[in-house]
Design a protein around this ligand. Structure first.
Ligand SMILES: CC(=O)N[C@H]1[C@@H](OP(=O)(O)OP(=O)(O)OC[C@H]2O[C@@H](n3ccc(=O)[nH]c3=O)[C@H](O)[C@@H]2O)O[C@H](CO)[C@@H](O)[C@@H]1O
Ligand SMILES: C=C(OP(=O)(O)O)C(=O)O
Length: 420
């Protein structure tokens, strides 16, 4: 399935179920190697990043069994500290394995992680946190870094700005370190909270997740546990924005409403009606679609950067122009060129873009270059006249289990290459 076709210009009606969260499951899978026993994870999304993480776990010595949406990891055997470069370069969250390996073995060797091309993604905060724990860092001849310590000691780490991955790595170093660790300036994202809930279920002592300050009392070991992965707020948001942009009425079962406050506020401003209930969220957009004039991404609980590209599509179709300010990454407007080929009028710099609204999008053959930009092109196809073909959809498979299935359930005329 490397291309997806869409015949657009029809509103969406129906119901879909939101998959498990990519950004929650990946660090949790990485952290299973801190447990010298078995972990069972439920509601895991069937996406290529999860496959990649499972391959890494296997290559370093864990046993991984996948059955549907359930993954069992047994990390009770001997593990090796060198992460396989051919997998690490595919995925940003491979960096979180380094904290887990340090916690388990006191050593990790790794090369630069990959991930979406959305601007600079240095790992300086991660390395500074490791150094605070007493680790030494050595650059190897083959561009690998080796980080090692005789013993990890509890420390105080003030993060100068919010980083989801660096916060998670510091937590993984701290859970089995000697003594207390206090992290300040932490990321408050729900994926940090779910990692801590998982680790506490395995016997860790972590307090304060979801706030700027997290305290961790090191424990001797973690024990076998079971855990269910939260629904994916970014997938739920993508479908919500799809209905906002194309019009219609859809129920998003299991949408994590409490994690979508900023997205819901923008969608309501643009003309959507949102009705939450205990099982999910109903989104309707029957009347005018209007621009919010200004959209700023921010760290949680602000408007998520991962939903900036999907929202660009809706802004192109809305009445009125919009200034979009990207405050998390410095290169996240790459998709604007492909949207412009479909009739959008977006002028983008590195961290801001001006979107002219009221555009009539038309079908084109366009190319995904990264995950959320790819999803934005699928949404554009839903709003465009005639047929759109989105190529390079392996990027979309990194985070969306089956975007074709999801929008088909909402009545879209959409399919994969083989069904054209
Ligand atoms: C797998 C995963 O969970 N990915 C998410 C995670 O990425 P990730 O954990 O990589 O994102 P961070 O929160 O670390 O990045 C935030 C900002 O900090 C900068 N930075 C980060 C680390 C560092 O050592 N130095 C540095 O300068 C980054 O370049 C970026 O500008 O959070 C991002 C922000 O919510 C999301 O968009 C990603 O979907
Ligand atoms: C940027 C993203 O992912 P990653 O950090 O894995 O590249 C994303 O999920 O939008």
């Amino acid at each position: 399935m490397d291309s997806i076709w869409i015949r657009g210009k029809r509103p969406l009606y129906g119901e879909m179920t939101v998959q498990g969260s990519k950004n929650a499951v990946l660090p949790i899978l990485a952290s299973t190697i801190l447990i010298a026993g078995k972990t069972t994870l439920r509601n895991c999304p069937d996406i290529s990043d999860v496959d990649c993480m499972c391959r890494i776990l296997q290559k370093i010595g864990a046993t991984v069994t996948k059955k549907g949406h359930e993954i069992c990891v047994d990390a009770s055997g001997a593990l090796q500290s060198r992460l396989p470069a051919e997998e690490v370069v595919r995925m940003r969250s491979s960096i979180v394995l380094t904290g887990a390996l340090l916690g388990r073995l006191g050593q990790a060797s790794f090369c630069d992680p990959g991930g979406c091309v959305i601007g600079d993604r240095p790992i300086d905060l991660h390395l500074k946190a490791f150094a605070r724990f007493g680790c030494q860092i050595r650059r190897e001849d083959d561009n690998f870094l080796t980080v090692f310590a005789k013993r990890l000691n509890g420390v105080q780490i003030p993060f100068p700005f919010s980083s989801v991955g660096a916060t998670q790595n510091a937590i993984l170093c701290a859970v089995c370190a000697k003594g207390e660790t206090v992290l300040t300036g932490c990321a408050k994202e729900p994926e940090v909270v779910s990692l801590c809930r998982f680790l506490n279920g395995a016997g860790a002592k972590i307090e304060g997740a979801g706030s700027k300050t997290i305290r961790i009392e090191g424990v001797k070991k973690l024990c076998s546990t079971e855990f269910s992965i939260d629904a994916d707020r970014i997938v739920a948001g993508t479908c919500l924005i799809g209905v906002l942009a194309a019009g219609g009425e859809a129920f998003l079962r299991q949408a994590p409403i409490g994690q979508l406050t900023a997205v819901i506020a923008v969608a309501q401003k643009m003309g959507a009606q949102i009705v939450p209930d205990s099982e999910g969220l109903l989104v309707k957009r029957a009347g005018r679609l209007v621009s919010p004039l200004l959209l700023e991404t921010d760290v949680y609980p602000g408007y998520p950067t991962d939903l900036q590209s999907p929202m660009l599509t809706a802004l192109c179709c809305a009445e009125g122009n919009c200034m979009v300010s990207e405050r998390v990454f410095n290169g996240r407007f790459g998709v604007h060129e492909q949207l412009n080929r479909m009739g959008a009028a977006i002028v983008a710099g590195q961290t801001s873009a001006e979107v002219t609204g009221g555009r009539k999008l038309h079908g084109e053959r366009v190319f995904a270059k990264e995950l959320r930009g790819g999803a934005a092109l699928v949404l554009a196809g839903l709003c465009a006249e005639h047929k759109t073909v989105v190529e390079n959809c392996h990027f979309i498979r990194r985070g969306y289990e089956d975007i074709v299935r999801d929008f088909r359930e909402l009545g879209a005329d959409i399919g994969t290459e083989t069904e054209i």
